[in-house]
Ligand binder design. Structure first.
Ligand code: CMP
Length: 141
């Protein structure tokens, strides 16, 4: 077990559905601390850069369109095994496959509009956190 940090995004559909607080509640209830957070509206270049690893995928253009249609809430979560814990709280990418009681099971519309994003590993977490936050905006505790 180790203390990790991970990037969380409440996506445009999550903001539209008014479940920012519900997502935060589940993170905190799961033992994760919100150590940085802000609301931003990504432009196309920012979203394309964030999802650059997916640029050859057929859903890339649609994903960028979706992620730029409204504001999102980006946060840094910290805790024991925070990366895996956050993914457990979120549930599977496709809400049809997500476990009961997960954010995606309860709120996601479909595999694209799936309410939340979470880093999938330590290297990704490091890149994704630095993509949105300066060191002096993160309050590790
Ligand atoms: P996320 O965890 O943010 O990582 C990549 C995103 O691409 C994913 O959540 C979904 O929003 C989207 N995505 C993944 N697979 C598909 C797919 N097959 N069709 C459409 N969107 C997808």
């Amino acid at each position: 077990m180790s203390i990790e940090q991970t990037l969380s995004i409440v996506k445009p559909d999550g903001v539209e559905k008014n479940v920012i607080g519900e997502c935060f509640r589940r993170f905190e209830k799961g033992g994760l601390k919100i150590i940085a957070t802000k609301m931003i509206h990504m432009d196309r270049a920012k979203a394309e850069g964030f999802y650059a690893v997916h640029k050859e995928r057929p859903f890339f253009d649609s994903l960028v369109q979706f992620m730029t249609r409204g504001p999102v809430v980006v946060s840094v979560l910290e805790g024991e095994n925070a990366i895996a814990k956050n993914r457990e709280i979120m549930g599977a990418t496709n809400p049809e496959a997500a476990a009961e009681g997960t954010i995606r099971k309860d709120f996601a519309s479909n595999i694209e509009e799936n309410t939340v994003h979470g880093s999938d590993g330590p290297d990704t977490a490091k890149f994704e956190i630095s993509y949105f936050f300066e060191t002096n905006e993160i309050f590790s505790r």
